[in-house]
Design a protein around this ligand. Structure first.
Ligand code: UT7
Length: 331
């Protein structure tokens, strides 16, 4: 358990935002050759939220930030850094964090993006720990936001049924009571990058009429390959992070796995020997919203009053890169 003499960072506010518009599996049946039955059985997803055409990811992130600041009882002036994790930025440059900063009117502070696929939120927490404990920052707004439906290939049934739009955020600052982040584990393997990627739009394949005609600006994924790696790596990451925290699987109160597929979520729960009620899932409501899945789950559990003093939480993610990470946290 967290020792009082070790410096830690803790979460002092949570919140999230999802667009109102719901896209159900039945809606998707009219777009591609799929069925509600297949999607539920193979992924656990029933519906997802979809942003309107005029929105960019910063719009979702700004909404999530206002809600999170309000929940924390803070004003914009109280934060001293914005970190935005996303794979679907408004623009490649400026960073989405700068668009968010503009929207919040937070021009007194620095802001930048991190790109680590679906693992970006946990990478952000680990980065924030370094910045806060080294004295560089005092109170960080960390946002995970994604507008995946704008990079979705609506002709590809293998991927278009999986993703949604959302943003979640937390406030991070130094803990004064021994609670907070106990340990972490993070890794990447760039050799497997092309199993889940957006081929065009960067300097490798800039936009051309041909790249657009070939749908290269849309997300591509070899689903079953990614699936196997995700199950293996998420299990490993959680166990290593728990060991680093000096905790056993039995001491875990909640596992918050990245929400990519109910079968990956359940497999990770089994790897930790956890009963289903300790393994959080909301994938049926939102689909895979990448880097936003963990902050949304944190807020939902927090708001439902599930986190008591000393509740042990394991956050666990896997995504494009490949990247994967786990964070052990004591509430
Ligand atoms: O967030 C980052 C990490 N992402 C992930 O972790 C995603 C990991 N991957 C997955 O979640 C799963 O691999 C998928 C849900 C994407 C696919 O499930 P699967 O059980 O791996 O299916 P599959 O790709 O092996 O396809 C099985 C069959 C195929 O048909 P045949 O070749 O057996 O005739 C597909 O064509 O299911 C077919 N299929 C569909 N059928 C109906 C694929 N997509 C659909 C669909 N509706 N939407």
């Amino acid at each position: 358990m967290g020792k009082k003499n070790r410096r830690r960072i803790k979460i002092t506010g949570t919140g999230f935002y999802v667009p109102d518009k719901v896209l159900t599996n039945f809606d998707l049946e009219k777009i591609v050759d799929t069925t509600d039955e297949w999607i539920v059985a193979r992924t656990g997803i029933k519906e997802r939220r979809i942003a309107s055409e005029d929105k960019a990811v910063s719009d979702l992130a700004i909404e999530a930030s206002w809600i999170t600041l309000k929940n924390a009882g803070l004003k914009v002036e109280d934060i001293d850094l914005i970190i935005m994790a996303t794979s679907t930025p408004d623009t490649i440059f400026p960073s989405t964090a700068c668009w968010v900063q503009k929207g919040l009117g937070a021009d007194h502070i620095p802001a930048f993006d991190i790109s680590a696929g679906c693992t970006g939120f946990l990478y952000g927490m680990i980065l924030a720990e370094g910045l806060i404990l080294s004295g560089i920052n005092k109170r960080i707004l960390l946002i995970g936001g994604e507008l995946l439906t704008k990079v979705t290939n609506w002709k590809d049934r293998n991927t278009c049924v999986l993703f949604g739009d959302a943003a979640g955020a937390v406030i991070l600052e130094e803990s004064d009571d021994g609670s907070g982040m106990l340990s972490y584990y993070w890794k990447a393997d760039g050799n497997l990058g092309n199993l889940l990627f957006q081929p065009a739009g960067g300097s490798r394949i800039p936009a051309t009429a041909q790249s657009v005609a070939q749908d290269l600006h849309c997300l591509q994924m070899k689903g079953n390959e990614v699936f196997k790696h995700a199950v293996k790596r998420m299990g490993e990451a959680a166990l290593v992070a728990l060991k680093k925290a000096g905790l056993t699987r039995e001491e875990v109160d909640y596992l918050i796995p990245h929400q990519a597929n109910i079968r990956i979520i359940e497999a990770t729960g089994r790897r930790l020997n956890l009963p289903p009620e300790k393994v959080y899932s909301n994938i049926h409501k939102y689909g895979n919203v990448s880097v936003a899945t963990i902050p949304i789950a944190l807020h939902e559990l927090n708001e439902a009053g599930k986190f008591k003093k000393d509740t042990i939480i394991v956050m666990d993610a896997f995504g494009a890169g490949f990247t994967w990470a786990a964070v052990v946290y004591q509430w």
